[in-house]
Design a protein. Structure first.
Length: 203
């Protein structure tokens, strides 16, 4: 079944039609249920030059104010994670009380990176209330290249524990010319209580 708008096909048979930034082809989906981590160890190969991960309501129940969804990549099919990365992050914010807004560069560990092999944070201070979560996306470019470093960008919206909207923009690169073939997502503390991660390839 397709989606047609004003005579133009937007989606057809599960894929986004060309002319909208390329075809978006579904590869797999992982659903968290008190999961220590979510790993994609297949489906990331030379088939596509770009891969997109979508995060849908990633939620944790750990009683902490500093838990973040984070990720790292592998060049050996998930045997180890810790590819050297350099990157940068900025955040905009607005609270429910309409009293605190701002735009800030984040230089904390896991946000802005200088040849780091640690896990990379995708959110900041997401709350553990039942209605709080993180959603967004991560783009990984040409992971099978043996010529170039592997660039990535992400954007996430999270509900801060203090009732803020936090909008994080992140960009960087994995400093390797080896093929990246696996990726791991986890919470910095405890489990991923619930949520979904969808993987797409882009033609």
């Amino acid at each position: 079944m397709g989606l047609i708008s004003n005579g133009t096909t937007i989606f057809d048979n599960g894929s986004m039609a060309s002319g909208f930034g390329g075809s978006l082809n579904f590869i797999s989906k992982a659903t968290a249920s008190a999961s220590a981590s979510i790993e994609f160890t297949s489906g990331i190969d030379s088939t596509y030059k770009e891969y997109v991960f979508y995060f849908l309501n990633m939620h944790y129940a750990e009683p902490s104010i500093s838990v973040e969804l984070e990720f790292q990549c592998s060049t050996n099919s998930g045997s180890t994670y810790g590819v050297t990365a350099t990157g940068t992050t900025f955040r905009s914010q607005h609270d429910e009380a309409d009293t605190d807004t701002g735009l800030a560069y984040l230089d904390a560990s896991g946000h802005s990176l200088a040849q780091s092999t640690g896990f990379i944070k995708l959110g900041q201070n997401t709350g553990d209330d039942n209605d709080k979560s993180l959603s967004g996306y991560l783009h990984l470019y040409n992971p099978s290249s043996t010529t170039f470093v592997k660039q990535f960008i992400s954007r996430t919206q999270s509900t801060h524990y203090g009732d803020y909207s936090y909008d994080l923009h992140k960009a960087g690169y994995f400093n390797t010319t080896s093929s990246i073939d696996a990726i791991k997502f986890r919470m910095s503390v405890g489990n991923i209580e619930s949520g979904e991660i969808l993987l797409f390839g882009v033609n």
